[in-house]
Every structure is written in C-alpha cells, then in structure tokens.
Design a protein around this ligand. Structure first.
Ligand code: FE2
Ligand code: FE2
Length: 361
C-alpha cells in the first residue's frame, strides 16, 4: 500500500485494484459531495446575539479549534501520503480525503463569516490561543517528520541520478525502516485526529443543537461528522491493512507499540484539558467538563480497540446517548418540511439496463 520498493504511482489506472476497499472509500466520499453555502445560518446569528457569555465562549472556542484542526488535515494527508502511496486507488483516496477536509475548512469560514460582526478578529485569535496552538504542534510533529523524510528521499534520488557520489549526500539518505515508521506514526496521528478529536468536538456542536441553539451550525457539523466517520473507518482500515499485508509495517507496529500508546493517551489527555478550558466560563444544559471527559474516555474506549490499542476507563455506556442518532447517520430520516435536505443519493446511476423490463413507449 505504501513505500513499494518499485516506487510511487506512475500511471493513474483504475482497472485492477490491489486494494478495492480504497476505491470504495473514494466512491463513498465522492457520493457524499456537499458545499457549506447551501446551509443557511440566519437563525444562528440571532442565537449568538442572544446567547450568554458562557455559551458564546464554548461555541466560539470549539469553532476556532475545529477550524485549526481542519486547516492541518486540509493539507496534510495529500501532502504526505501521496508521495508514499504505491497504488492508484490509495493515492485517489488520499486526495479525496484531503479535498473534503478543505470543504470542512470552508464550512468553518462560512459559519464564522455569517455569525460574527468581525470575522477576521475570530480568525486572528486562533494563533493567540495557546491551547489550540499546542494541540496543533503535537499533531503536526508526525506529519512534519514524514514530510521531511519524503523530501529528503526525493532529493537524494534526484541528486544521485545526476551522478553525485553517495558519500557527499549521505545526510539525505533515508532508511526504509525510518520511512516506514514515519508513515505508520503519521497514520496513527491521523486516526487520533479523525476518531477522537473531531468526534469529541462535534459533541459540543451538536449538544448546542440539543438545546435548540445554533441549528444551522449543527446541520453543517452533521455533514462534516458523516465525512469524519468515513475518514475514521478509512484510516483504521489503512492501519490494519498495512500491518496485515506488509511485513515491514507489521514489524514497525510491534516496535512502536509504546509510542503509539503514548501518542493516543496524549490525545485523550489533551482532549480532557480542552474540556477544562472550554467550560471555564460556564456550561450549557447537558454539557460540562465532567461529561465531556467521560465522553472522551468513552470515545477512546470504542475507537482505540478498532486499531488494536487497549484502553479501559471503566465507562460502561455512552455519557451522551443523543449522540448515537448523529453517529448512526444512515438510520436518520428527516422530513423535508422540518429541515433542509442534506441527503444525497449515492450510486444512483448504473450502466446496466434490462431492456426487457422497460415499458413500451
Ligand atoms: Fe475535517
Ligand atoms: Fe477527516
């Protein structure tokens, strides 16, 4: 799947898949295309003007953090995983994955532009919020590590091909072991973001909707949530498949067990730290620091085991049962007169026609 010794993808041909599942993820993502401009936020602007200080703070900080996290994810997967993809279907998935993260970034801008009098003040404050900046640098480390190795390898091969002696460019040499390790850890970092950080942040957004607040924002978040659930599944699939199909990754996974564990525990701790920060000015009905920390633990319990990482915080059931209707989106049906339609038909076209079954015209 990644780092085939024969090199990266040359021809984008989609006739014979080594990993058909990757192609299925791409089709599912493409079939769920949407744009934020179709969701109106008029009521949200009124809600914001009438909200108390605590609700304003919780809503705004959550939104700014989501903006920052998707800024990272809106460019990283395509930048770091494309050069190491070995088959066209995985390369295609990585590109569609990133493209949708960029739609998410546009969505947050759409929300901020529509709700705040001075949107630029909100965007500018992201870099001044230590809690967000620290969190971003933790995620960025693993993406940067892989990006640098990708660049070094490309440079080494180019200079080497031009006839330079390997001795003079030894500092650019990248061992296969280090490169495989960087890909693996970047995938785990992605999983921490997709499966835990995004999911926890959506609880705050959708918790507001439970209070009949910021419903337009909630509609956009529901669309983003559906995408992030797909990304969570796809990232888990990539992690599990690469270990199963590539002995180099199986070896690295064994070697990095503690590092992976520590990385994911850091995600849990940071999310709990964020819950403390987010609710420091007060709470909204049904959401507070204690419940959010339990939700972080519950999410970690459920998601970590999918990639073979044990985590048991002793939470026996979901602390936010209403989240289930958002997580099981395929079971949700909304009457058009009650809400804006955000449902799109997937796989509605076919090239297979049974002429005998067509009516005579
Ligand atoms: Fe996203
Ligand atoms: Fe995502």
């Amino acid at each position: 799947m990644f780092l085939d010794p024969a090199g990266s993808v040359t021809i984008q041909r989609y006739d014979d898949f080594a990993f058909p599942k990757a192609s299925q993820f791409t089709k599912a993502q493409r079939g769920a295309f949407w744009i934020p401009d179709e969701v109106t936020l008029t009521k949200d602007k009124i809600d914001y003007s009438r909200a108390d200080d605590a609700s304003k703070f919780i809503f705004t900080q959550n939104l700014l953090r989501q903006t920052a996290l998707d800024s990272e994810q809106g460019r990283a997967p395509v930048q770091i995983f494309t050069p190491v993809s070995s088959v066209p279907e995985v390369e295609a998935w990585v590109q569609w994955w990133s493209a949708f993260e960029q739609i998410h970034s546009e969505s947050y801008s759409h929300i901020i532009r529509n709700i705040y009098q001075m949107p630029s003040d909100q965007f500018n404050s992201i870099h001044d919020t230590a809690e967000i900046v620290t969190m971003l640098s933790g995620i960025d480390k693993y993406y940067s590590d892989l990006h640098i190795l990708n660049c070094k390898k490309a440079l080494y091969e180019k200079i080497r091909a031009a006839g330079e002696s390997p001795e003079f460019i030894k500092f650019l040499e990248v061992s296969e072991h280090d490169h495989v390790k960087a890909v693996y850890l970047a995938l785990i970092a992605s999983y921490g973001l997709e499966a835990i950080r995004f999911m926890v942040s959506f609880c705050t957004s959708l918790g507001m909707v439970e209070n009949k607040l910021f419903i337009g924002n909630g509609n956009i978040i529901s669309l983003i949530l559906a995408d992030e659930l797909l990304h969570t599944d796809a990232t888990a699939w990539m992690i599990n498949t690469v270990i199963k199909t590539d002995p180099r990754f199986a070896e690295i996974a064994h070697e990095c067990q503690k590092e992976v564990n520590d990385m994911l525990l850091d995600v849990v701790d940071e999310e709990k730290g964020w819950a403390h920060y987010q609710f420091k000015k007060g709470t909204v009905l049904g959401l507070n620091e204690k419940i959010m920390c339990m939700q972080v633990d519950w999410t970690a319990q459920e998601r970590f085991k999918v990639i073979g990482v044990k985590y048991d915080a002793g939470i026996k059931s979901t602390p936010l049962p209403w989240m289930n209707k958002h997580l099981n989106t395929n079971k949700t049906q909304t009457a058009l007169q009650e809400n804006e339609s955000v449902s799109y038909i997937l796989g509605s076209m076919t090239t297979h026609v049974e002429y005998d079954r067509l009516p005579n015209l």
